[in-house]
Design a protein around this ligand. Structure first.
Ligand code: IMP
Length: 195
């Protein structure tokens, strides 16, 4: 089945395509660019699930194509769950580098550096709506390490890969333990159970 992927984030596209290639080769992602769509899917909801649904619903309404969307981010315990759904635009500059700088500054001197990545995936089609979730617990390190992944990965030490940041893992190692890997595999599982 072809699924329109309601995102312009090239990192999410590469990661989700690879995760599905392994977990559910029958599910093939079509990007907005490939579909000739120059749109910015709406994400004004207070939850990951709400945002994933709102992005998938908007593109399904526009195209009639089965549409999948990913809303994700990082929740830091000491910051009361921030930046959460605002992870992309945490700092005024809204670049990965500035976001990470702000995160490290806010955690200066904090005893509790625990955090978790979260990802909600929504599928909207003529058959109805499905939402799945995935999370990945870890902690935030002061100094960045590694060149893989994107976003907060150079500062995120996943509990499931002790001693390495997410950016130091290979792509497949990241997907095996990541919030996105878990959420997309759960979607594939739900679709298998439905058919
Ligand atoms: P969204 O596009 O509103 O879902 O925001 C996603 C943002 O969350 C990204 O821009 C990153 O800052 C962060 N994020 C989500 N997933 C990851 C990941 O796998 N690694 C690092 N940062 C991530």
């Amino acid at each position: 089945m072809k699924l329109l992927f309601a995102t312009n984030n090239t990192h999410k596209i590469a990661e989700a395509a690879r995760i599905l290639q392994t977990a559910a080769p029958d599910l093939v992602l079509v990007t907005l660019a490939e579909a000739g769509l120059d749109v910015d899917p709406p994400e004004n909801e207070p939850t990951f699930e709400g945002n994933a649904l709102s992005k998938a619903r908007a593109l399904f309404a526009l195209t009639g194509l089965p549409t999948v969307a990913d809303d994700s981010g990082i929740e830091v315990t000491t910051l009361g769950g921030r930046p959460g759904v605002h992870s992309k635009r945490f700092s005024p500059e809204a670049t990965d580098e500035a976001n990470n700088r702000l995160l490290v500054a806010l955690l200066d001197g904090a005893d509790d550096r625990s955090a978790r990545y979260r990802c909600a995936v929504a599928l909207v089609s003529a058959d109805g709506e499905l939402v799945t979730d995935g999370s990945c617990t870890g902690s935030i390190t002061d100094s960045p390490r590694g060149a893989g992944g994107f976003g907060y990965d150079p500062h995120f030490l996943p509990d499931d890969a002790p001693g390495r940041t997410m950016a130091e893992l290979t792509a497949d190692e990241k997907h095996a333990i990541s919030h996105r890997g878990r959420a997309f595999r759960a979607l594939a599982e739900r679709l298998r159970a439905r058919s």
